[in-house]
Design a protein around this ligand. Structure first.
Ligand code: GAP
Length: 512
């Protein structure tokens, strides 16, 4: 089996080679943790966004959309707590001059210990087969007990240090003898807080220019528009406002490709509810969002919930949907019950009332909010990495195939004339002219048809339509299915329905 790192390297190089993702401004050697979406990537990303938008906005009559500006009044970020508390603990290595997130250094160290325990468990599973009782083994095997208790102890001391005193985190790093991952040096500075917001200026003259921030989340644009939307849309609580858009964070450790970027896109929804009803809605959205992910068919075993034990000051419940990325389970989406914290803070800082008059209760209140927040780029990585597969065929050859959920595939069908003459290209182009009203379709006449199939497999195209001499006689073509490689002879007039049936959002979302 390929090693995790190799799988991940393969994902990054496939994304570049096949026109999905390029490093930003690559001619200047790129910009750290900033990426550009190329011709196929932009289609895949757009399809993920639409799949989300359709399920959240179009399918829910009490959820509406919004597109707030990236630049917001700077007091927004004071009220939201980002100016004072949107920090990461950073530590510098005095020898290498490299900067790290102190908590990540400790977490990575703890994870190595956890991995030792998991290895013992897997070894025992292989040894005992069906008779293996994991629970009993974990509770009684001395080595596993020791590893897991050390792992938990480190994480709990880290959590305490992060809230009580950052110097305890530094002490933990020293006690665990954690070294600079790149150079091995243990010569560390103290741990300091580092604000993640990017600053910018509004206005031309140096004297009157106003300091602004590039938004670090899209959610605040929703909060400050809550009453505008409620009144102009005559919305009744409970209702939601959904938004997709760019967010910016000056991440200290920006790595793992598009998993952690400095400029990224979020898909967020704030659901405004009656105070006291938030837990009901929190559970509703946890379940609904997991079902949305599962509808894409990437495998139930690749998702898990991580319920937060330590909550942010504004939340009374929070969970992550974690996904099994090529580098392990990590956060993909957050579901947070944010109480009335944000609206109340904006009331306090703006001096305006942000309250809803509930006609059924005959009273005014500040609604509570349940938020769902998923990173579009992380979704892209989850879908792309899981879909990229290397298959060994019956004849012993291998093929690289990007088994994207067909609803998300950048190109739904490629039309291939068997040869470049005898009128076959003309028929192919006619087929494209007909299909392109409904689907993104491609034309390819270069190379032998087998090689063209492989290229479309690597691009994730669900269908290849081949036009040959029989087409001239009876208006039929072969349609090849990406995943099974099965080929059927069908009438040209049937193509639209065959493709539609396979790629329509309706059919996929109905699986929710
Ligand atoms: N409004 C809530 C909020 O922003 P968050 O957990 O900080 O919560 C939500 O971010 C989601 O945004 C994450 O689950 C992740 O998918 C995505 N995200 C956060 N930081 C990111 C980054 N630097 N690069 C890519 N995606 C990121």
């Amino acid at each position: 089996m390929a090693k995790q790192e190799d799988i991940f390297k393969n994902v990054v190089s496939h994304a570049k080679e096949y026109g999905f993702i390029f490093p930003s401004s690559e001619v200047y050697d790129g910009l750290s943790a900033v990426y550009d979406y190329a011709q196929n990537g932009v289609e895949l990303k757009k399809n993920i966004r639409e799949y989300w938008w359709k399920s959240m906005v179009q399918m829910n009559e009490n959820i509406v959309g919004l597109d707030a500006a990236i630049l917001m009044h700077p007091t927004t970020w004071k009220a939201s707590g980002h100016v004072d508390a949107f920090n990461d603990p950073l530590i510098d290595n005095k020898d290498s001059k490299k900067r790290y997130r102190a908590d990540v250094l400790v977490e990575d160290h703890a994870e190595k210990i956890n991995q030792k325990a998991q290895k013992e468990i897997e070894k025992a599973r292989a040894r005992f087969g069906d008779a293996f009782n994991e629970e009993e083994f974990v509770a009684t095997n001395a080595r596993v007990v020791e590893y897991l208790s050390k792992y938990k102890e480190i994480l709990s001391r880290l959590a305490k240090g992060m809230t009580d005193d950052l110097q305890d985190v530094k002490a933990l790093i020293e006690e665990l003898e954690i070294a600079d991952p790149e150079t091995g040096s243990r010569n560390w500075t103290d741990v300091k807080q580092f604000n993640l917001m990017f600053g910018t200026k509004l206005g031309a003259s140096a004297d009157s220019a106003m300091d602004l921030y590039l938004r670090p989340e899209t959610a605040q644009g929703i909060f400050v528009n809550f009453l505008n939307v409620q009144k102009s849309g005559r919305m009744k609580v409970p209702f939601g406002i959904a938004q997709t858009g760019k967010a910016f964070r000056n991440e200290i450790v920006a790595r793992q490709f598009i998993f952690r970027m400095r400029e990224f896109e979020q898909m967020e929804m704030q659901f405004f509810v009656r105070p006291g009803e938030e837990m009901k809605w929190y559970h509703h959205w946890k379940e609904t969002r997991l079902n949305w992910h599962l509808s894409l068919g990437l495998g139930k075993e690749n998702y898990r919930f991580h319920d937060h034990e330590k909550l942010a000051h504004y939340a009374n419940a929070a969970a992550d949907i974690e996904f099994n990325f090529p580098f392990g389970f990590k956060e993909l989406e957050g579901i947070h019950s944010r109480t009335d914290f944000d609206l109340k803070a904006h009331e306090q800082y703006s001096g305006r009332k942000l309250q809803y008059f509930d006609p059924e209760l005959n009273e005014n209140y500040v609604p509570y909010v349940v938020e769902t927040s998923v990173g579009l780029d992380r979704m892209f990585l989850a879908v792309f990495a899981t879909s990229l597969q290397e298959e060994t065929l019956e004849d012993g050859s291998t093929r690289t195939v990007l088994k994207l959920p067909s609803v998300l595939a950048p190109t739904k069908a490629a039309v291939l004339p068997l040869i470049k003459r005898d009128g076959l290209p003309e028929i192919s182009k006619k087929i494209i002219d007909d299909l392109k009203w409904d689907f993104t379709v491609a034309y390819d006449e270069k190379d032998a048809v087998g090689r063209r199939y492989r290229r479309q497999d690597a691009l994730g195209t669900p269908f290849c339509i081949t036009v040959d001499h029989q087409t001239i006689e009876d208006q039929t073509v072969t349609i090849r299915h990406r995943d099974t490689m099965k080929q059927d002879r069908v009438k040209i007039s049937e193509l639209k329905d065959i493709i539609e049936n396979e790629v329509s959002m309706k059919n996929w979302l109905m699986k929710m």
